[in-house]
Design a protein around this ligand. Sequence first.
Ligand SMILES: [Zn+2]
Length: 122
Amino acid sequence: MSNLKYCQGPDCHTYSTQDRLKGMKGSKTYQTRRRSFLTYGEFCDTRCYNDWFNKYGTQAVNHFGRLKEVKHLTEENAWQKRYDWDSNYENRTYVYLNTITKEQRPLTEEQYNDNNYTLNER
Ligand SMILES: [Zn+2]
C-alpha cells in the first residue's frame, strides 16, 4: 500500500478525528492522514493546507521569487481563455478574450487545455 500519499499538513496528526486514529488495539495513535488521492493537492483538507502555508508560506515565496514591484494589466497581457456552451449544453466554443480591448480570437480545445499556450506577453 505504498501508493498512498501523506497529507503534508505539519499538524495533521494533532487533529483527533476518528479516521486518524490508527494502529493495533490498545496502542492506537492519531496519525497523519494517508490517501490514494488528496483533495487539496498535497493536503487532506483546507485546515492542513492553511497550516502548511502559515508555517512555510514566507519561505516558499522567498524561494520561488518574491514580487518586488506592482504588475499592470495591459492590452498585451489581458488575454483570457473562455468558453461558451451551445444552447443544448453539448458543445463548447472556445475563445481568447482580451479583457481590455474586448477583442475575441478563436481558440481550439487543445489550445484551451494547453497551459503553455498564451497570447499574453510574459
Ligand atoms: Zn491533513
